[in-house]
Design a protein around this ligand. Structure first.
Ligand SMILES: Cc1ncc(COP(=O)(O)O)c(C=O)c1O
Length: 357
């Protein structure tokens, strides 16, 4: 049985060409700043994002932690999206390692309500006495695209408004851009324009960009120097990791533009899933993630999930009645068309069985 795997864009496997590029990479000891391939990746990433400097790290999770900890002291607080990866899926590192408290705020569709935020966090008068009780609010962290909200994008204008909010309150502005190139491609803007309002930005090489691992943090030189120290503290120092950086370089060269194919496939899938009988709004699909909701008439989400697995269509387990489908380089248009056919057949079978109960 052919397996059509929509669990995540982290599933992409390195191609033969990527493996060859890795094998041929020039390497050195990165502890001494002597790995030329890592240095090239960091320089390219900084240039691409219009930041002074960049740091190669092991993962998006590590990038977020070292970025924020490099700029914010223990005992501080950060506004985060309540449905963000940083808040829900990074083991609480801001609190446990960084000593930083989170203020989770709702971000329906990936967006903060800036009016509500301004009301909740008014600009302090210059003569206001700081509270001796509360942790000092020092940062706001956003996610763009927003994974948990269905791969939604924040555009340049919204980014600038968020930067104004941050600047007026003297907050560090960090962006988890694990899928930042998906956002730039979908918004048809340059990655550097998109991230110019933020102080620091991380992106993953191992998701839609299809490298086997690694992430990059970009920011000012001072922040990157401090983040290098924090990367070391969490055991992220590397030696001849140019082997991995070579894959990252190739990913940046070859796999950004093609993300639009993943977006087109996600749209196609969304239309097919809706026609098959799942609930979703096609216009909400902006990048490579489709959130589809199982109607009650089709039974228990967990049961439907196993039935999908039996016919070879994989997603992660549903959250409530919500199924997340992620498109990526290793899922072609033909795979999407097959998945739609399989799911439409499954929905008719389940509907028939439910009406005979
Ligand atoms: C939005 C977002 N941020 C950060 C991460 C963490 O990346 P990593 O798995 O490389 O730690 C992920 C992973 O899925 C993610 O989706």
């Amino acid at each position: 049985m052919e397996v059509l795997d929509f669990r995540s864009d982290t599933l992409t496997k390195p191609t033969k060409q990527m493996r060859e590029r890795m094998a041929d990479a020039s390497v050195g000891d990165d502890f001494y700043g002597e790995d030329p391939t890592i240095r090239m990746l960091e320089e390219r990433a900084a240039l691409l994002l219009g930041k002074e400097s960049a740091l190669f790290v092991l993962s998006g999770t590590m990038a977020n932690l070292v970025a924020i900890r490099a700029q914010v002291a223990p005992g501080s607080a950060a506004i985060v999206s309540a449905s963000s990866h940083l808040h829900l899926n990074e083991t609480g590192h801001l609190a446990s390692i960084g000593g930083i408290t989170s203020h989770p705020q709702p971000t329906p569709g990936g967006h903060f309500d800036l009016k509500a935020l301004a009301k909740a966090y008014p600009v302090q008068k210059s003569n206001a006495k700081p509270s001796v009780l509360a942790p000092k609010l020092k940062a706001i962290c956003i996610e763009n695209t927003h994974n948990g909200e269905g791969g939604r994008c924040l555009g340049v204008h919204e980014m600038r408004l968020l930067a104004d909010f941050a600047n007026n309150r003297d907050l560090v502005f960090h962006m988890d851009g694990a899928r930042l190139f998906n956002a730039a491609v979908a918004l048809n803007c340059s990655p550097s324009d998109l991230v110019s309002p933020v102080d620091s930005v991380s992106f993953c090489l191992s998701k839609g960009l299809a490298a086997p691992g690694g992430a990059v943090l970009a920011a000012s030189e001072d922040v990157i120097n401090e983040a290098r120290h924090w990367r070391q503290m969490v055991g992220g120092g590397m030696r001849q990791a140019g082997i991995l950086a070579a894959a990252g370089l190739m990913a940046l060269e070859n796999n950004i533009e093609r993300l639009s194919e993943d977006h087109d496939n996600a749209k196609l899938l969304a239309v097919g899933l809706r026609e098959a009988g799942l609930n979703l709004t096609v216009d909400d699909v902006e990048t490579n993630i489709v959130m589809a909701y199982l109607p009650e008439s089709l039974g228990e989400p967990d049961t439907f999930h196993s039935l999908m697995r039996d016919i070879g269509v994989l997603t992660l387990p549903p959250k409530g009645n919500r199924f997340r489908f992620v498109t990526h380089r290793d899922v072609t248009r033909v795979h999407v068309e097959k998945a739609i056919q399989h799911l439409a057949r499954l929905v008719s079978q389940v509907t028939e069985e439910m009406t005979h109960v």
